[in-house]
Ligand binder design. Structure first.
Ligand SMILES: C[S@@+](CC[C@H](N)C(=O)[O-])C[C@H]1O[C@@H](n2cnc3c(N)ncnc32)[C@H](O)[C@@H]1O
Ligand code: SF4
Length: 346
């Protein structure tokens, strides 16, 4: 890690993942360094507990021993001297797996929080979630499932918006229910900072092959609505999450054209097994065109070098760099890193 650059992320950011495990950074960048569990410990015991203090101390000492500094794009800020931090400004809630779509790379069956589990999380809203957000400026919902169909997530969002009218939201969604009407129902239509819509193709047949139980027409309609929010300056960030595999890499070109017209950026994620264990992921090598040994790798490189993609500064690729060996398109990818900086992603 270069000297004189202080990573401020663990001072500002807090994430609750599945089963209530808590993190201070992107899990990929920290080998899933877990601080504790919100279902078992108090927020204070996690946020400024032993493990959080050890992590922040490693940044103060400049050893970064908990971080994978080859992967991470450090979020720099003013150097700190204390490992104790005030409450976080940015909170990501990603413990709610509820989703009835079944994207081939994400799940083979719909998942809905059981009543028992919902009651457990509902019971945390007033005593834990609301107080821990007292300094929050941005709340991200929901990286684990589909926010618009989860009873618990909707209840929580409405309550946050009531108690903290100045908190902004970052929404990540499959787009099917991301309409003006639904954002109004949640009370957040005018409180959104950014919207990420995951859509793996703008070609209907491919979309239906990948997003099982999806709704192509609704997504296309909602993309136009979100585009109008972006173009009128009502939201700061609008981008499309594009999970890339053999099935859709060529369609990144029409998607780049559509995104350009919509005023959206594209974040390309390479489909990879993150533990979901779907049928598709069990054969992931067959689909990983970013691997130089894949038979269609050269075709993929051609796609990446298509001017619609190569010359678009708002397309960013992230596969944690695991598959990206130095080759003819690495230059393109390096340029795209600026996208992350530009939009303040982390
Ligand atoms: C799990 S989803 C939850 C949010 C919302 N339902 C959505 O689809 O955007 C979060 C993001 O992870 C991506 N994703 C899911 N499984 C993936 C996989 N195996 N590899 C890469 N990205 C994946 C999705 O496309 C989406 O952009
Ligand atoms: S990627 Fe999103 S929409 Fe697709 S199954 Fe996973 S949570 Fe649902």
């Amino acid at each position: 890690m270069a000297n004189n650059e202080f990573c401020i992320k663990p001072y500002n950011f807090f994430e609750i993942g599945s089963n209530g495990d808590c993190f201070l950074c992107c899990r990929l960048w920290q080998n899933s360094y877990c601080l504790g569990n919100i279902l078992e410990q108090s927020f204070d015991d996690i946020w400024n507990g032993e493990k959080a203090v050890a992590l922040r101390q490693s940044i103060i000492d400049n050893t970064y021993k908990f971080c994978d500094t080859n992967l991470c794009l450090k979020i720099t800020g003013p150097a700190q001297t204390s490992p104790i931090a005030p409450y976080p400004e940015e909170v990501s809630l990603c413990y709610d797996n509820t989703c009835v779509q079944q994207c081939v790379y994400c799940r083979d069956e719909p998942q809905v929080m059981s009543e028992e589990e919902q009651a457990k999380y509902d019971a945390l809203i007033e005593p834990v979630f609301i107080p821990m957000l007292k300094n929050a400026k941005l709340v991200t919902v929901n990286v684990a499932g589909e926010v618009f169909i989860s009873k618990h997530s909707k209840k929580l969002i409405k309550r946050i918006a009531e108690v903290y009218p100045n908190i902004k939201f970052a929404i990540i969604t499959n787009g099917i229910l991301c309409s003006e009407e639904n954002l109004n129902k949640l009370g957040i239509a005018d409180k959104i900072n950014d919207i990420r819509i995951s859509i793996p193709s703008c070609i209907e047949t491919t979309y239906n092959k990948i997003v099982r139980n999806g709704n192509y027409k609704a997504v296309m309609e909602n993309l136009k609505y979100v585009s109008s929010l972006k173009k009128s300056g009502k939201i700061k960030v609008f981008h499309i999450n594009y999970v890339l595999s053999l099935w859709n890499y060529k369609e990144l070109i029409p998607m780049a054209e559509l995104a350009r017209d919509l005023g959206a950026g594209i974040h390309v994620l390479i489909a990879q097994n993150m533990g979901q264990d779907t049928k598709f992921l069990k054969e992931i090598e067959k689909y990983t065109v970013t691997d130089p040994s894949h038979p269609e790798f050269n075709e993929f490189v051609k796609v990446m070098n298509n001017p619609v993609i190569k010359n678009n500064p708002n397309i960013f690729i992230n596969d944690s760099y695991k598959n990206l060996k130095p080759n003819s398109f690495i230059k393109v990818i390096k340029n795209k890193i600026n996208f992350r900086k530009k939009y303040g992603w982390n």
